[in-house]
Design a protein around this ligand. Structure first.
Ligand SMILES: [Zn+2]
Length: 476
């Protein structure tokens, strides 16, 4: 009997492995299909239009309508199977990770002779995939969440005030979609569970369709697909998968899609260490969405349960910071010392028509932050932090600042340089010292929302680190 059980366990684990293999195979193969034209997260509608123009005869590309500012919104259809799947990305203009992954998927679906032809045949024959890449092109242009009217499209599923929401609803109804993929980005500050050692790299949700959060078969099968993806993703980023609260939002698209009978899967691209531009998360999207389609086509999700889904830890906001100084002694202007944790975030500021960004540091919290986590952490035990001093001389221009030995300035406790012609903010942000105007205005205290430059000394009083514009700089 015991050996029978062992054989059974072996077989069932083999079965699960085989199903999750797709995710791993796609993950490992992704680099062959990356659309290099899409760099970073601030690509625009023009880029997408150019790429859609290159798609071959396997795809049916159609202009479905226009945004408020008149940009064409497209559908891309692939396959002619009985099961209808609708995938829409970037309904929030500053959430582009899945749009890039979808473009990589088109390149993958266009390929052949690479060992994936059987998968393509399965998808083509059993599914009809309809993509709406970049549903909010006006928002993407400014790297803004909302559309050109200032409306959050994800709160317009009922009133349908906006042309973008009308389009999404109409495409869903015409297709009578069986499945829906609602593709977003979330802040990289979410944790997977709480307390946690992991950021939420991908968060999922099978949205509720009523306030009671009922589970009907349509919603349940979305949960099963998510449970399967979770099992596969754990191999690549253990502990970094989370699930959203299923509180019902009566105006949101995901919730209403579920209500309208479309089994809906929300995917949110969060954060990953060293991946500010979310290019690894793009790969995870590519692998997850394709593996989910494979599962839907073959009903592979049936080996997973609602209970598997419910084991995924909840997504928790505000758990991570960009820089966390732990238990550092802070010398206050009253000359007393206080033991504090200090958390900084790096805010993104747009320039060059929202094609580029630079960072501005901002204190997010101060105090006992024992349960916070940092992408960058500093163990402050034995160190003392103080507000940095301003270098006494006025410098002519930014070029002259670049000529200065900035490490020597930091070693001497100076992290602020007053400059007659201080240049553009994005050029200033590249320096190791804080560049300010001739008036010498900068934040001189610790407080939430401020960006004070800090000097950090060891027990002997020697400067070892500085925090300038939210970045920890080792001082050599
Ligand atoms: Zn979103």
């Amino acid at each position: 009997m015991r050996s029978l059980i062992a054989v059974f366990l072996l077989c069932s684990s083999f079965l699960l492995t085989a199903q999750n293999d797709w995710l791993t195979r796609l993950h490992d193969a992704h680099s062959d299909y990356i659309v290099d034209e899409l760099e970073g997260r601030r690509f625009k509608h023009d880029h997408i239009v150019a790429l859609l123009g290159q798609l071959g005869s396997d795809f049916d590309v159609k202009v479905e309508g226009q945004s408020v500012e008149g940009r064409d919104i497209y559908t891309v259809r692939y396959g002619n199977g009985a099961t209808k799947v609708l995938l829409w990305s970037q309904m929030h203009g500053d959430e582009p990770t899945a749009t890039a992954a979808v473009m990589d998927m088109f390149r993958f679906l266009s390929a052949s002779g690479d060992g994936f032809d059987d998968l393509r045949r399965t998808l083509r024959d059993r599914l009809t995939l309809v993509f709406i890449p970049m549903l909010n092109p006006d928002g993407a242009e400014d790297f803004e969440r909302r559309n050109a009217l200032g409306v959050d499209l994800n709160r317009d599923a009922l009133r349908l005030s906006t042309p973008e929401a009308q389009l999404l609803k109409r495409v869903r109804d015409e297709l009578d979609a069986d499945w829906g993929f609602n593709l977003h980005d979330q802040s990289r500050f979410y944790g997977a569970g709480y307390p946690t050692e992991n950021m939420a790299t991908l968060s999922f949700l099978a949205p509720a369709y009523d306030f009671r959060r009922s589970v009907n078969p349509n919603r349940e099968r979305a949960m099963q697909v998510i449970a399967q993806l979770n099992a596969g993703l754990q191999r690549h980023m253990p502990g970094k998968v989370a699930r959203y609260s299923d509180a019902f939002e009566p105006r949101a698209f995901g919730d209403n899609m579920q209500l309208w009978g479309t089994s809906t899967i929300l995917i949110e691209s969060g954060g990953y260490p060293g991946d500010r531009e979310k290019q690894y998360i793009r790969k995870l999207n590519f692998a997850s969405i394709l593996a989910a389609c494979q599962s839907i086509a073959t009903k592979g999700y049936r080996s997973f349960t609602k209970a598997d889904y419910n084991k995924i830890p909840y997504n928790r906001g505000g758990v991570y910071n960009d820089l966390l100084l732990r238990e550092v002694k802070y010398r206050h202007s009253d000359d007393n010392e206080y033991l504090l944790d200090v958390a900084f975030d790096l805010q993104e500021r747009e320039y060059l028509g929202a094609r580029r960004f630079y960072f501005r540091g901002r204190i997010d919290d101060i105090g006992d932050l024992s349960y916070q986590r940092g992408y960058d952490e500093f163990a402050g035990n034995g160190y003392t932090a103080e507000i940095a001093k301003a270098f006494p001389e006025l410098i002519q221009n930014l070029a002259a600042v670049k000529e200065m030995d900035q490490m020597a300035l930091l070693r001497a406790g100076y992290a602020i340089v007053k400059v007659q012609k201080p240049g553009r903010p994005w050029e200033q942000a590249e320096q190791d010292v804080l560049v300010v105007g001739a008036e010498g205005i900068y934040d001189r205290e610790l407080a939430v929302g401020l960006n004070p430059p800090l000097i950090i000394r060891d027990a002997a009083g020697v400067v070892k680190y500085a925090v300038v514009n939210g970045r920890l700089i080792p001082v050599e």
